[in-house]
Design a protein around this ligand. Structure first.
Ligand code: GLC
Ligand code: GLC
Length: 815
């Protein structure tokens, strides 16, 4: 069953009924001012940091779902009937409800008793504000007298404090109202130089800023007292819960449309110009007013919206493909790329599942996210890399997380996740391949943000690799530390205290437990660093990295191979994890993926054997589960992984982040049908028909789909903010379609389903535009026989970089 449909032409998903199984959300904003918005206008906004600079309030895990939002109410003056044109919060009956989630905007429209309303929500590029452009049309054959009420609830800035510190917060709230603008200025009198504002393009019939007056003490958002009675109270908040609500009266002739623009925004004043007059406590509005006035104008709002559309056309235009499969086209061209940009902007901070007050930016996560967006925003990727590297520890280790506002490592979580450093090498390598900008390697970057500790970025990479080599265990495999990629495989933790964090508790000396996964990752990273060393002319170094890689490769084959698949780890006691010897957790997906991606076992048949085991033991109709058999009880020596009921999350859930590693591995050994089949199993668009089971948005990847051991097998959770976005983008674009940036050009090496006969792609790479067409006879999966560049036969399947600004025709033949 579906709840809507894709409109690829407009790059939108069109939701046609409001009662989706879960709120289906979208993101507003591209630079500093952001928001999440659901298909019924739920959600909130913030400036830069979802925790520390929260503008509006949202109620996570509320009943009903998804309360707090960008709400409007319409009220018929004659009948007293009122409703929300976005369905929530009144949930009145609507005709023709439609929510169009697009690139950086959402438009919600509906009809009720002959009154149509359509609201477009978006954040203009480069502005710290959002526009709600509402058009109300009278489709009745008589005049309509209506009241339109807006409503947002202000958050008192620090979202964590806002939810907990009521003894203080109920006394601090302050607002000002001037004309049709409501200013939220809590704490502006003291140390804050910023305020929020909520403006309306029309003269007001009234306003409210005190939530409990607007709603009435015991009413919900579905029955605000002001709306019920049809007149605002003109309340001015003092303490309690400031809100913003405008009341506009409308008289519409039959067929008449009226446009009303609301602007919700954030503003910072210079410290010495906060008040006007200077000795007063009144906000100085001189600087903000022109901005507000500008965007309240219909033509300016429209212009800003067109600029936003252009911004996205440009970003997405960097890779566009046309294949025989609509799900591939749609995800690669639109939604997967968009999701990658959202993970760039949000990391893991704000979604329907991430409360905005939780995790900082992950060292590992951020490096992997980079793989998915580096081609769209290389300059910002550069900055991100330097930020991440500056938090690295002198040992080469890493804080597991850092805070985006301060850009410093997070002491609460600390370090000791022994895979972290290697990801920095992969992130930097991706940047170098995309841009060819080797100068980044010479950037002076601190360790642990300590001034004076700077070294060139290149040395950070060297230390990353050394970090692993200096931490080898009894089998010469890398020590796992607190965890590797799998945060929940905690082999040195042994936690028996309820509520204790599995990630930060390391009860045991960590000298024995080893990770085969990090072994594979090391082999991959060593080859990447060897290539980087070569580029810099350090052939000796390159050789030594290759030797280190070869040594680890040999160790993995010796101690990491179980006979039918790669093992997962050795635990604190030196016992194997992820082996046929184990009762549960015999085979894990991660080492099968990463070892083969690193090339281990590709030449001796191990890769094929391991992937056959994945197919027979881990793959199921909704994707590939993380391990089997699932852990049926808690194992103190394995940690959090066994804390989850079977089939969920890391305990045999379909952890979507890992599935693309298998797609890539299958592509490497040339099995195009298998790679594509796995791609489709978790492809959200291909799952659209089972939306009632999948439940999450059909346009973005979730972190997890419940595995076959779970009662809700096939149900997705944690949509949007996951490394799944980047890795699926990499798998589809670079391995299945096979268009890969390399140091010396674009490699074209597809691995396709047998049935396909051709596909086309446009790729902008280092300033030149490549129009690529690939053709192959039916029945073949892999193997490029000829590449012709602008009519000339190329060497092998590498297209060397062509002059920036040029159009390059690339004809690829497989056979
Ligand atoms: C979460 C974390 C990621 C980790 C994964 C597996 O997605 O953000 O860092 O690799 O879980 O545990
Ligand atoms: C939990 C989750 C895991 C995530 C970790 C991050 O352990 O299961 O997916 O990586 O939290 O702290």
């Amino acid at each position: 069953m579906r709840y809507g449909h894709f409109d690829d032409e407009r790059r939108e998903y069109v939701i046609t009924r409001p009662d989706t199984p879960l709120p289906w959300i979208n993101y507003l904003g591209s630079e500093a001012y952001f928001g999440i918005i659901s298909n019924t206008a739920g959600g909130y906004s913030f400036y830069r940091d979802a925790r520390l600079r929260r503008l509006t309030r949202y109620r996570y895990n509320n009943v009903p779902f998804d309360l707090g939002g960008r709400y409007l109410y319409l009220r018929d003056t004659v009948s007293g009937d009122f409703w929300s044109p976005s369905w929530q919060p009144t949930r009145s009956e609507l005709e023709d409800y439609e929510c169009r989630h697009g690139m950086g905007y959402s438009a919600i429209s509906s009809r009720h008793e002959g009154i149509e309303a359509e609201t477009l929500y978006f954040v203009p590029v480069d502005e710290n504000l959002e526009i709600w452009r509402t058009r109300v049309t009278n489709k009745r054959d008589v005049e309509a007298k209506l009241s339109l009420f807006s409503a947002v609830e202000f958050c008192l800035w620090d979202a964590q404090d806002d939810q907990t510190n009521f003894q203080r917060n109920f006394s601090t709230g302050q607002v000002e109202v001037e004309g049709s603008v409501i200013y939220h200025k809590t704490e502006y009198r003291e140390r804050r130089d910023h305020f929020a504002y909520f403006a309306c393009s029309e003269p007001l019939a009234g306003f409210d800023t005190q939530r409990d007056t607007f709603l009435g003490a015991y009413n919900g958002w579905d029955t605000p007292a002001a709306v019920e009675r049809g007149q605002s109270f003109d309340s001015v908040a003092n303490g309690w819960a400031p809100c913003g609500s405008h009341h506009v009266e409308l008289t519409l002739a039959p067929g008449e449309t009226k446009e009303i623009v609301f602007v919700l925004g954030y503003w910072e004043n210079p410290v010495d110009a906060k008040f006007d007059p200077p000795d007063s406590q009144t906000i100085n509005k001189k600087l903000v007013k022109p901005v507000i006035e500008r965007y309240l104008r219909s033509d300016e709002a429209e212009g800003a919206f067109q600029r936003l559309r252009d911004y996205w056309s440009e970003l997405l235009g960097i890779l566009q493909v046309s294949t025989p499969d609509e799900h591939t086209n749609r995800m690669v061209n639109i939604w997967n790329a968009y999701q990658c940009m959202v993970t760039f902007n949000m990391s893991r901070s704000a979604s329907f599942y991430e409360s905005g007050i939780g995790r900082g930016m992950g060292f590992r996560d951020s490096n992997q996210d980079l793989l998915g967006f580096v081609h769209m925003v290389p300059e910002r990727a550069r900055e991100r890399i330097l930020d991440i590297a500056a938090t690295q520890l002198p040992s080469g280790g890493a804080y597991h997380q850092y805070q985006p506002l301060t850009k410093r490592g997070n002491d609460d979580v600390g370090s000791g996740f022994n895979d972290d450093p290697a990801w920095l090498i992969l992130g930097v390598a991706a940047y170098l391949k995309e841009t060819g900008d080797l100068s980044i390697l010479d950037e002076q970057v601190t360790y642990d943000n300590e001034p004076g500790s700077e070294s060139p970025l290149y040395e950070h990479l060297q230390r990353s690799l050394r970090y692993t080599l200096q931490r080898l265990g009894p089998h010469e495999l890398p020590l796992i530390g607190r965890a590797d990629w799998n945060d929940c495989l905690n082999l040195n933790c042994f936690s028996t205290t309820p509520g204790e964090s599995f990630q930060t508790t390391e009860n045991k000396e960590g000298g024995v437990a080893e990770s085969v996964f990090i072994g594979g990752l090391f082999v991959l990273a060593a080859e990447e660093l060897a290539q980087i060393a070569e580029l810099r002319g350090h052939t000796d170094e390159a050789e030594s990295y290759r030797a280190d890689g070869a040594q680890m490769d040999a160790v993995v084959r010796k101690h990491g191979w179980d006979g039918e698949w790669f093992r997962r780890a050795y635990d604190y006691f030196g016992d194997v994890v992820g082996s046929a010897e184990n009762e549960e957790g015999q085979i894990f997906i991660e080492p099968q993926g990463i070892c083969i991606v690193a090339g281990i076992g590709v030449d001796d048949g191990k890769a094929e054997t391991a992937l056959d085991s994945v197919a027979s033991r881990l793959a199921c109709e909704h994707g590939i589960v993380l391990q089997q058999p699932a852990f049926t009880h808690y194992y103190v020596n394995l940690g959090e992984i066994s804390s989850y009921p079977p089939g969920y999350k890391e305990n045999a859930g379909i952890f979507c982040h890992t599935n693309p590693w298998i797609m890539i591995a299958e592509s490497i050994i040339g099995r195009g049908d298998a790679a594509f089949d796995y791609y489709q199993r978790i492809n959200p668009s291909a799952r659209e028909d089972i939306s009632e089971l999948h439940r999450c948005e059909p346009y973005v990847y979730p972190q997890m789909i419940a595995g076959k051991d779970a009662p809700s097998f096939g149900e997705a959770k944690n949509s949007w903010l996951s490394g799944t976005a980047a890795w699926n983008f990499v798998a589809a674009s670079q391995w299945i379609l096979g268009i890969r940036a390399e140091y010396n050009g674009l490699r074209i090496d597809p691995c396709l389903p047998k049935e396909w006969e051709r596909f086309e792609a446009t790729r902008i790479f280092r300033g030149a535009t490549y129009r690529i067409s690939v053709s192959k006879p039916k029945g073949v999966c892999k193997g490029v026989t000829q590449v012709v560049v602008n009519g000339k036969k190329a060497e092998g399947n590498l297209v060397t970089p062509q002059p920036a600004g040029s159009e390059v025709v690339v004809e690829v033949t497989m056979g």
